[in-house]
Design a protein around this ligand. Structure first.
Ligand code: NAD
Ligand code: USQ
Length: 443
């Protein structure tokens, strides 16, 4: 497919998946317009916890990319969920061939934090999706909508075999064979918002003939891609806190900082995983292979492999010497599950995914080590609970866990502090000694 000069709107293009994807699509020749209201950066302020990696302001990182790449990414500040007319006007003006929709509140724990966050997640995500679909219909343009969904819409169980890609072949009581949308088993308010999105896609594809692809993605890990590595100011975000940090990136950060790995419950939860560089590749593949007008919603499982949480912890512990702590689970989820997932749709397009390679794990630990002075260790333990029972269980255990954490943190912190002092002293031994003794004198 000739991509050159074709316009793509990347909604949520300032985020963890959106930013490297915007760079990848720009690199492939698409004319990319990032649309974002920077709500994720505002939630950083609310949670008092920033990305582990320092991320440049949108205008700065885009200017660096445009200068380095000889391409042009543009930026539109907009709330997709609540500025419908602005969105419609943008679509009419840009006449994009496709819209990639990442612009949602994506953390399950944040969506369970309290009633405000529950309502915000549904309001933001469902209204955003509804606005995009309505605006595409209203524009009367033939635009392919590519949405980032989640494996969590299926629940994490069995579907009588491998989890299929969106549709389940069933035999009705009458004996008639049908291919139906897979039943929805959301495990959080966030996951429920994705199930509601999926229903909207079914309606708009059938009623208006919209061309829609929904990508049910697994847990994303890693931070760098080839493009974000081209300059320090292109750096991608790395969430590590208990609301936004996802499990493998959290374990790698914890290992890098000498903190115990926080396995929730038995660690028997099996989840699907994908590396961030493959997120970008899969989206490019989905854009290059749109459904026809009138086709049913095309659904892909965007996953590379599945792993049990405790096996991941054991792998990271083996590699790094980190200790593993099982703590009460703040979530209401099955303590053990199998997960067998089909990813045939992307495989049939030639996708050869990255798996948990040692070198990539080392790279992420390296990033975490480099920026560990930025970590707020008080943001590592769970702070959002699925229900009162889970909260009480976690709080009852908190004393023991925090004693253990505090011990390890204290040991690690003196080592870090010394590293920071060395950097500040910049080779001046006398200055270093003065700073060390000043700190030792601290009450
Ligand atoms: P993120 O929070 O880092 O990025 C989302 C971006 O969307 C942010 O820049 C945010 O400011 C923006 N945004 C949110 N609401 C908006 C609105 N109303 N208007 C304009 N911009 C808005 O999240 P991410 O990890 O990049 O995830 C992107 C998408 O991929 C989400 O829809 C998420 O559900 C899905 N996904 C993510 C993962 C993962 O592990 N990160 C896994 C599966 C699916
Ligand atoms: N977990 C731990 N310890 C931790 C963090 C998590 O044991 O320190 C466990 C959780 O209990 C859960 C599993 O690890 O069983 C995965 O948790 P996660 O936070 O890595 O992922 P999740 O909440 O499912 O959400 C992430 C993204 C979300 C995306 C989803 C894909 O934030 O946007 O939709 O992964 S999936 O999990 O396939 O549904």
């Amino acid at each position: 497919m000739n991509t050159f000069g074709k316009t793509v709107l990347v909604l949520g293009g300032d985020g963890f998946c959106g930013w490297p994807t915007a760079l990848h699509l720009s690199d492939l020749g698409y004319s990319v317009v990032i649309v974002d209201n920077l709500s994720r950066r505002k939630i950083d302020i609310e949670l008092e916890c920033e990305s582990l990696t320092p991320i440049a302001a949108p205008s700065e990182r885009i200017a660096v990319w445009n200068a380095l790449s000889d391409r042009e990414i543009r930026f539109e500040f907009m709330d997709v969920a609540h500025e419908y007319w602005h969105l419609l006007e943008l679509i009419k003006r840009e006449q994009p061939c496709a819209i990639v929709h990442f612009a949602e509140q994506r953390a399950a724990p944040y969506s369970m934090k309290g009633s405000r966050q529950k309502r915000y997640t549904i309001d933001n995500n469902v209204n955003g999706t509804m606005s995009v679909l309505t605006a595409v219909v209203e524009s009367n343009l033939d635009i392919h909508v590519v949405h980032l969904g989640t494996m969590g819409v299926y629940g994490y169980g069995s579907s009588g075999g491998k989890i299929p890609e969106g549709y389940l072949d069933v035999v009705l009581p009458s004996g008639e064979r049908r291919s139906i949308l897979h039943p929805a088993y959301p495990g959080s308010v966030y996951h429920a918002s994705k199930c509601l999105d999926a229903l909207l896609f079914q309606f708009f594809a059938r009623n208006d003939g919209l061309r829609i692809t929904d990508l049910h993605q697994g847990v994303v890990w890693g931070t760098f891609t080839q493009n974000t590595m081209r300059h320090e100011l292109l750096m991608n975000r790395y969430d590590y806190d208990s609301d936004y940090g996802t499990v493998l990136n959290r374990f790698l950060m914890q290992a890098a900082c000498g903190l115990p790995l926080t396995v929730y419950g038995s660690g028997g939860q099996t989840r699907a995983f994908i590396h961030i560089s493959d997120t970008c590749k899969c989206i490019a593949l989905a854009l290059a292979n749109p459904p026809n007008r009138g086709d049913r919603v095309k659904i892909y499982n965007q996953v590379a492999e599945t792993h049990r949480v405790r096996d991941l912890a054991a792998l990271v512990a083996r590699k790094t010497g980190a200790s593993v702590h099982q703590i009460p689970n703040p979530r209401n989820e099955a303590s053990e599950n199998e997960l067998d997932v089909s990813n045939q749709n992307f495989r049939s397009l030639g996708w050869d995914p990255v798996t948990l390679e040692e070198s990539l794990l080392e790279e992420v630990v390296g990033v975490a080590e480099r920026y560990r002075h930025r970590i707020r260790r008080d943001k590592v333990m769970p702070s959002s609970f699925w229900n009162r029972e889970r909260e009480e269980a976690c709080r009852a255990n908190a004393t023991n866990s925090s004693d253990a954490l505090a011990e390890i943190s204290a040991a690690a912190s003196s080592e870090w502090r010394d590293e920071v002092l060395k950097q500040l002293a910049n080779g001046d031994d006398k200055k270093l000694e003065r700073m060390r003794s000043a700190l030792r004198d601290e009450p």
